[in-house]
Design a protein around this ligand. Structure first.
Ligand SMILES: NC(=O)c1ccc[n+]([C@@H]2O[C@H](COP(=O)([O-])OP(=O)(O)OC[C@H]3O[C@@H](n4cnc5c(N)ncnc54)[C@H](O)[C@@H]3O)[C@@H](O)[C@H]2O)c1
Length: 356
């Protein structure tokens, strides 16, 4: 069985200053690949995450928009990548409730621009280079909608997106599919569950709760806290993407999950317990006492669960982290990297509650 290091040598990564994209860039460069990293640096993009690559010639950072055809065409012609991996997106569900237009602009119109640029470039390639080129699109399990108590999403589950975010991701997935079926572009799509791990922007559940629990602030939990998500460690996710890029079958989609379904309230309690072990609150109370149930997010999907057996069977991938090992390591990472968090928070985001 071949390894993810067999993935293409030069890769154009979009959104590589965001949470998952940056983790992917760090893995890929460490593995000897060259990455051209195109990122618009929205509020979610942060070059601090890539500080360790500052003087590494295998990482070329370019600030720009995935929808900028002229810029992308220039990058593709100059760097001649073997693959494009599209992480760039507006990614926060709550923000999509407050302002869906930016999600359509980047996730749908932007992805279309990127697909067109990639197709034009791919048509200029010949022989083995054309054969080997890949366009990998990173998507979400949220496109499948919500589950009841039983079952899990497979690659053949019909799309039923419920939020403006998931609707925009669903639209982009359909465009990727269409670019293969209509034009023959060699595409791959991955649909993953909730990621967590180092360098996640502190508006998402796990880093948000870590920060608030450290500060002794109220810990907001939507509704009854019993919504269930599958949690995938970002390192496992990036390894999955590398396996799909190296050995995935063209035009296929692959689900990626962590085998770690947890109720939101359990995630929050686990973080509280880990932080209490690290040091007590000034009040002496356990951090669980900070949990505050707040009005539910509109249209909040009840349960997601993902069946990643296709990826396991075909590409021999499995998650290396359990939820327990991954969350302990992640909480430890946030404790050790508070300067990173503080610099991120100096930007536009102030831990306000969005999407009400
Ligand atoms: N985080 C998750 O749990 C999760 C789960 C499933 C799928 N995904 C998908 O994975 C991808 C990465 O997610 P993330 O959590 O790292 O997101 P993120 O919000 O942390 O990062 C997104 C990055 O894209 C950049 N960007 C935004 N608009 C752009 C544009 N028009 N042109 C170029 N760059 C742009 C931002 O500056 C940022 O660096 C997204 O496509 C998201 O839909 C994420």
């Amino acid at each position: 069985m071949s390894s993810p290091s067999e993935m293409p040598a030069t890769i154009l990564v979009t959104g590589g200053a965001g949470f998952i994209g940056a983790n992917f860039v760090l893995q890929a460069v460490a593995d000897g690949h060259t990455v051209i990293n195109l990122d618009k640096l929205t509020y979610a993009g942060n070059l601090d995450t890539l500080a360790s690559l500052k003087s590494d010639p295998r990482h070329v950072f370019v600030q720009g928009d995935i929808g900028d055809r002229e810029l992308i065409a220039g990058l593709l012609t100059r760097h001649r990548p073997h693959a494009v991996v599209n992480f760039a997106a507006e990614s926060h569900v709550d923000r999509s409730i407050d302002g869906p237009a930016a999600f359509i602009e980047t996730n749908v119109v932007g992805t279309l621009g990127l697909l067109e640029s990639a197709r034009n470039y791919w048509l200029t390639l010949e022989g083995q280079a054309r054969e080997a080129f890949r366009f990998l699109h990173v998507s979400t399990d949220e496109v499948y909608g919500s589950l009841g108590a039983e079952g899990s999403f497979t690659e053949s589950t019909p799309y039923a997106p419920n939020s403006p975010y998931s609707a925009s991701k669903a639209a982009s997935d359909h465009l990727v599919r269409a670019f293969h079926h209509t034009y023959g572009l060699p595409t791959l799509t991955t649909n993953c569950s909730n990621n967590y791990g180092p360098f996640q922007f502190p508006e998402k559940l796990i880093p948000l709760i870590v920060q608030k629990a450290l500060a002794g602030e109220a810990l907001p939990v939507y509704g009854d806290g019993l919504n269930i998500r599958d949690w995938l460690h970002v390192g496992d996710h990036c390894r999955a993407i590398r396996a799909v890029l190296a050995r995935g079958r063209v035009a296929e989609t692959y689900n990626v999950g962590g085998n770690a379904e947890r109720e939101n309230i359990t995630v929050v309690r686990t973080i509280c317990g880990l932080l209490d072990q690290h040091g007590a609150l000034a009040s002496g109370k356990p951090r669980e006492s900070l949990i505050t149930f707040v009005k539910d997010r509109p249209g909040h999907d009840r349960r997601y669960a993902i069946d990643s057996s296709k990826l396991q069977r075909e590409l021999d991938w499995r998650p290396q982290e359990t939820f327990e090992s991954g969350i302990a390591a992640t909480v430890g990472w946030y404790l050790d990297n508070q300067p990173w968090v503080q610099r991120v928070l100096d930007g536009s985001y102030r831990m306000e509650r969005l999407g009400t």
